[in-house]
Every structure is written in C-alpha cells, then in structure tokens.
Write a protein that binds this ligand. Structure first.
Ligand code: SF4
Length: 255
C-alpha cells in the first residue's frame, strides 16, 4: 500500500546480535499511516509496533511468520530510525500507537522503557493501545502507559493447552483496568458457550466488554464465517468486529 510507511520491515535478511549492556526491543515490524483493523477502535488511524515472540501458538495465527522473525533494536537505534520519519507528527495529530505481536507483554519491561524514553524525548505521550493474549500480568509501570486494552484471551479452538491460554486471575485483573475490551475470535456457536461458562459466569469479565470477531486470515475465510458471528453477537447483545485489514488487503502483512 503506497500510503503505508515502514520503519522496520518484516522478514529481515540479516541477524543483529543481542545487545549485552543496554535495553532493547526485539521487533518484527514497525509501520504507520494505516488503520486499526479490529476491535473497539476499528478504523482509527494508527502505527503498529509488532514485537517478536509469543506465549501462544494458535494454529490459525495469521502473523506467526512475522513475529517469529525480527531483530533486537536498542532504544538509541529506534529513536534514530523514528527521527528520520514523520511518525511523531502523525502520532501528535492523532494516530494511535498499537503495540502488537506476538506478545507485547513478554517484552513489557523493554516497551515501558521505550515509551518512557519516547515521552521524555518528544515531550508528548501518544495514545497507546495494546493487543494482549492475557497470559502475563502487566506491571503497574506498563499499565500506566496503556490507554486501551485490546485483550484477546484464546479459546479452546486455538489449539493451545488450557494451562497456557486460560489465566483467570490475570483476566480478572485486566477487566478492571480502564478501557479494557475482550475480543474473542469465534468460529461457531459452541465458542459462545465457552465464553459464557469460562469468562462471564465466573465474573472474570463484563458482558459490555465483549467483542466477537470471526476467525479468518483470508478474505474468503472471513466471509465464510462472519454472518454466523454477527448472528451470535446480535443474539447475545455484544459487539461484533470485522477484521478490516483482511477485508481491505486480504492476506498481506505490514498493513
Ligand atoms: S496469541 Fe496472537 S500472536 Fe500469539 S499465536 Fe495466538 S494469534 Fe498469534
């Protein structure tokens, strides 16, 4: 897409060494001048910082090939790259900074450092959204920097072991944070039963925080399932979200 600007491209052709004495972030891709494609802020102009590594291994993950590769960048290197772009101006004019992965919380210490340094350097705090698979407890320092929590606990159909994907204490904690949403990837009616039994009935989350989103890493796959998911959302009086980046660009990364 011509209008989307890349700071760090996916699938690096070289491997940088891990720095030994300074903080760094392992990043898979970094781009801006696009839109948030999912969830409560669908359509919001945004920049995406995608970090490497994840706590999960969802069989249908459509970014696996991206977050499994990447490179470590020191804060200095990151700011050097940012200074060659108009990213800061775009964030000042309203683009959200979306931390995604992989698992941003796996690198929350480095991200916290990056955001604190960013605020100091540019005297400005961007609106920060985080995509969160809900398996790691956020620190207070990290939580203070996040404006919108796009939590997405994984259901059984993700193929992850229950002990790895379902962390009730963490989910309960997240649901109490400001602007916390729970975006569930749904395939069929049984998935609603699981949301009800495992999340709603034990009081881990509130109904008004729920967003249902169809599984679909391709436009064709999305179109096969979306009507079923809309039907469940309407029946259960919860929000529905499309995957607009898939609708627009199909199976393409860096958008
Ligand atoms: S949690 Fe998200 S990034 Fe990680 S494997 Fe699952 S879908 Fe992919």
């Amino acid at each position: 897409m011509k209008f989307i600007k890349t700071i760090i491209g996916s699938h690096p052709k070289f491997q940088k060494p891990i720095p030994t004495d300074v903080p760094y972030l392992e990043i898979s891709e970094f781009f801006y001048d696009t839109i948030q494609g999912e969830g409560i802020n669908l359509g919001q102009p945004a920049a995406f910082l995608r970090v490497q590594h994840c706590t999960q291994n969802c069989w249908w993950c459509d970014t696996k090939e991206v977050w499994r590769t990447g490179n470590p960048y020191t804060m200095e290197e990151l700011f050097e790259m940012i200074d060659k772009t108009d990213l800061v101006e775009k964030l000042k004019s309203g683009q959200h900074l979306i931390l995604t992965g992989g698992s941003p919380l796996k690198q929350q210490k480095g991200i916290t450092q990056f955001l604190q340094d960013f605020i100091k350097k540019y005297s400005f705090k961007p609106v920060v959204e985080v995509e969160n698979e809900c398996t790691l407890m956020p620190t207070e320092d990290f939580s203070r920097l996040v404006d919108i929590w796009n939590n997405s606990p994984k259901l059984k159909h993700s193929g992850n072991p229950d002990s790895l994907r379902y962390q009730p204490d963490i989910i309960r904690h997240l649901s109490k944070l400001d602007n916390a949403w729970f975006k569930f990837v749904v395939v069929q009616d049984e998935d609603w039963d699981e949301i009800n039994v495992s999340f709603l009935q034990p009081g881990l989350i509130r109904r008004e925080q729920i967003i249902l989103m169809p599984l679909g890493g391709t436009r064709e796959g999305l179109h096969r399932i979306r009507e079923t998911v809309v039907e469940i959302a309407v029946r259960e009086s919860v929000r529905y979200s499309s995957r607009e980046h898939i609708e627009l660009w199909d199976k393409k990364t860096g958008v």
